[in-house]
Design a protein. Structure first.
Length: 294
């Protein structure tokens, strides 16, 4: 197994000569270490069955099955399917997922540390994902914004991006809104936490999922601090040219693994009706998502 940092890129390393079937304990440890230190890995030339993809997840930790069954692979609930298929064929999974800045599962009480995506049908255009390293963002913030982050918590919710399910057609929207708030009530996370492996302070806010910042007394801030933090991170840049944004493209056989504590991401999707399918497996590692916070 060879790990080679990408040249002239803001983050990431390619991994070659990786074989899940012969993965040794020491290589599994090296791979994990690289996830946290390189933040994003591109495993090359992977030709895995669903079972092998799941086995890779289990080699890294405990798989989190997505809470909403509409995304599940029909035979393997561990696999989340993002797929756009031509209208005539049977829809499997959900089209155009994650096309907004977010960290996976930040709207849940216990997010997972590792996300893997494994493109199955690669579109010709707009293939790729944007990433921002929120540890780097925090390190570059003016002291005043760092203090705001350290003194607050963020409220995260799935409500703005919950996708209508086929079974929701004809339902009153208020009933659906109530269901979302009941099943996935908003959760508080520290605005900045210490990464349990790298020791870096990571700014944990996203444009899609962080709704408010709260002070120590649990009161919502009424100023523009959240907006300023998002602005400073590059997540509000509609041209995607902000210095923090890394755009990772992929090709057949690539399998992407990233540190879901450090990175926020945003999927690219083709505007044309081109077929595209990607599998995702998400994993809790051996560390608390973040340690005790003050
Ligand atoms: O359909 C989607 O874009 C899924 C999104 C709301 N959640 C991904 C996650 O794991 O946070
Ligand atoms: Fe995502």
């Amino acid at each position: 197994m060879k790990i080679t940092p990408q040249v002239d890129q803001k983050m990431g390393a390619t991994v070659t000569e990786f074989d899940v079937e012969t993965l040794s304990t020491s290589d599994a440890l090296r791979l994990k270490d690289a996830i946290y230190h390189e933040k994003l890995l591109i495993l090359k030339d992977q030709h895995l069955s669903p079972q092998q993809f799941i086995a890779l997840g289990k080699a890294l930790g405990t798989i989190e099955v997505y809470y909403e069954p509409m995304y599940h692979h029909p035979d393997h609930e561990e696999i989340f399917v993002s797929s756009s298929t031509p209208e005539s064929t049977q829809q499997v999974g959900v089209p155009k997922t994650g096309a907004f800045w977010h960290a996976d599962y930040s709207f849940m009480p216990r997010p997972f540390g590792i996300t893997m995506t494994y493109p199955q049908v690669v579109p010709r255009t707009n293939r790729g994902t944007h990433y921002i390293d929120m540890g780097k963002v925090f390190a570059g913030l003016p002291e005043e914004l760092r203090s705001v982050a350290r003194a607050t918590k963020g409220l995260h919710s799935a409500r703005r991006y919950f996708k209508i399910r086929p079974s929701d057609v004809y339902r009153p929207i208020c009933e659906l809104v109530d269901e979302i708030e009941k099943k996935t009530p908003p959760v508080m996370h520290p605005t900045v936490f210490v990464h349990p492996v790298t020791g870096e302070e990571v700014l944990y806010v996203s444009e899609a999922l962080t709704c408010e910042l709260h002070d120590q007394h649990g009161r919502a801030l009424e100023d523009d601090s959240l907006h300023r933090l998002l602005e400073a991170s590059g997540q509000l840049d509609t041209t995607f040219s902000d210095e923090h944004i890394h755009t990772q493209t992929f090709t057949e056989g690539d399998l992407l693994i990233w540190d879901n504590r450090s990175l926020v991401h945003r999927a690219l999707h083709s505007p044309t009706p081109e077929p595209s399918t990607s599998y995702r497996v998400t994993v809790h590692d051996d560390h608390a998502f973040y340690g005790p916070t003050t």
